[in-house]
Design a protein around this ligand. Structure first.
Ligand code: MG
Ligand code: MG
Length: 250
């Protein structure tokens, strides 16, 4: 069932989303060669908890052991922070963060370059972020969920990259994962109709190579089957009468 949010509830989610956006701003300068993903996770957790009433959504969600999912290079999502995972120049690292505040979750992921990265990898980041904004642009009344996926996929395919199909965006609110699912591929005018008060985590995951994925032995980390790089950009977006409103921004 799709849970619509009242204008007042949207303001609460926007307040949580600002904390989340500030968390990304806080951790971004620390994304440098030599830091461990455990250290980045500790920064995320302490910064979120420094805001009264805010907690990291992912800690304990389905049993996940950390505050952030931190995924390197061919890891698409759900990487577990570790003291043994040290970033190196040329890597890309996705930091996926959820914040629970005022009874509501928000969700936002960003893929960061570590030091200097290859031109093709930089292009992957640019195309994936552009595909997110293309999806957000059509997240408006009168459209359907399928319009979002179609817009995302068009940007990605034109660039010669591949959208991950095994993982999807989602409704977000009182629960981290709510209806509807928001695939990153689709056909315009298909799927649930977009309604005022819907809040969606739109989150293209884009691979340099094929779309196929596999899960590592840790039962969390999902990687590209062919070992190519993958990027992930995500915002929580509300549908309003005035158009899409990005909630996870400052
Ligand atoms: Mg996320
Ligand atoms: Mg999400």
């Amino acid at each position: 069932m799709i849970q619509l949010k009242s204008p007042r509830e949207l303001e609460t989610m926007a307040a949580g989303g600002r904390i989340l956006a500030a968390t990304h701003q806080h951790v971004k300068p620390a994304v440098q060669p030599g830091i461990s993903t455990w250290e980045l996770d500790a920064m995320v957790e302490s910064f979120i908890r420094s805001h009264a009433g805010a907690t990291p959504s992912f800690k304990g969600l389905y049993g996940f052991p950390a505050a952030a999912c931190i995924s390197i290079n061919d890891e698409i999502v759900h990487g577990i922070p570790s003291r043994k995972r040290i970033l190196a120049a040329g890597d890309i690292v996705t930091i996926d963060i959820g914040v629970h505040y005022g009874g509501f979750h928000t969700d936002s992921a960003w893929t960061y370059p570590v030091g200097a990265i290859a031109a093709g990898t930089q292009r992957l980041l640019e195309v994936t972020e552009a595909s997110l904004w293309a999806g957000i642009a059509v997240t408006r009344l009168g459209n359907h969920i399928g319009d979002i996926g179609a817009a995302v996929e068009a940007v990605v395919e034109q660039a010669g990259f591949t959208v991950v199909r095994d993982l999807v965006g989602h409704g977000v609110g009182v629960n981290m994962h709510e209806d509807p699912q928001v695939p990153n591929h689709g056909k315009p005018k298909r799927g649930p109709k977009l309604q005022e008060g819907m809040t969606l985590a739109i989150e293209p995951m884009v691979n340099v190579g094929g779309a196929a994925t596999r899960t590592l032995a840790d039962k969390w980390t999902i990687v590209t089957l062919d070992g190519t790089m993958s990027a992930h950009f995500e915002h929580t977006v509300a549908i309003t009468a005035d158009g899409p409103r990005v909630l996870t921004t400052l």
